[in-house]
Write a protein that binds this ligand. Structure first.
Ligand SMILES: [Ca+2]
Ligand SMILES: [Ca+2]
Ligand SMILES: [Ca+2]
Length: 196
């Protein structure tokens, strides 16, 4: 075995004497990375980055749902109208209100007339329904002598926007209503084209 040259022998001794010891702060550094969720695994984004990505996806989904909800709420399919107060029943006091649920500007789904008992000038639980119907116009009481037919014009009763609707009420004073329907007023008073 040939002996190493003098200069290489010195280098060998120094290499043998080298000892690898972790620095005192290494444990804390590793623990810190773990607590931050940084696995350091190659080819995989850090945990916090994945959480951020998930949050972004959820935010986008939420935004989509919100926009959908907004469109659903703003859907022009149905409109509700609450008009108060007039003397619809002929009793003498302007204490009656009209409720209508309709396809905006067209078909009337529900129509009701209430007495605004609490004076709120809107339909509230304290009020009394005097007349209610679903679907098309129909007679709810026999046309007794003394029935009064009154036209109220013109307001936006169907929720279509313009104040172009008339309300026709057959009242039995002082507080009964036999029939109520609305129609679009086109031209001078006369027979309505279509009661709704
Ligand atoms: Ca009344
Ligand atoms: Ca009320
Ligand atoms: Ca209308």
């Amino acid at each position: 075995m040939s002996a190493l040259p003098e200069d290489l022998q010195d280098l060998e001794r120094r290499l043998v004497g080298v000892q690898f010891e972790p620095r005192a702060s290494l444990g804390a550094e590793i623990l810190g990375r773990f607590q931050r969720g940084d696995t350091g695994a190659p080819g995989r984004p850090p945990f916090w980055l994945r959480v951020r990505g998930l949050a972004a996806v959820l935010a986008l989904v939420g935004l989509g749902l919100s926009v959908f909800g907004l469109f659903a709420l703003r859907s022009p399919a149905l409109a509700s109208v609450d008009r108060c107060c007039h003397d619809f029943d002929g009793g003498g006091d302007a204490d009656d209100g009209l409720l209508i649920l309709s396809r905006a500007g067209t078909e009337v789904r529900r129509l009701a007339i209430y007495e605004d008992r609490d004076g709120s000038r809107s339909f509230t639980p304290a009020d009394l329904i005097r007349f209610a119907r679903s679907g098309g116009p129909s007679l709810h009481a026999q046309l007794l002598p003394g029935a009064i037919t009154t036209e109220f014009c013109c307001l936006d009763y169907d929720g279509g926007g313009p104040d172009d609707d008339a309300l026709l009420v057959v009242g039995l004073p002082p507080d009964r209503i036999a029939m109520a329907a609305i129609y679009e007023r086109r031209g001078p008073p006369g027979l309505p084209a279509e009661l709704r």
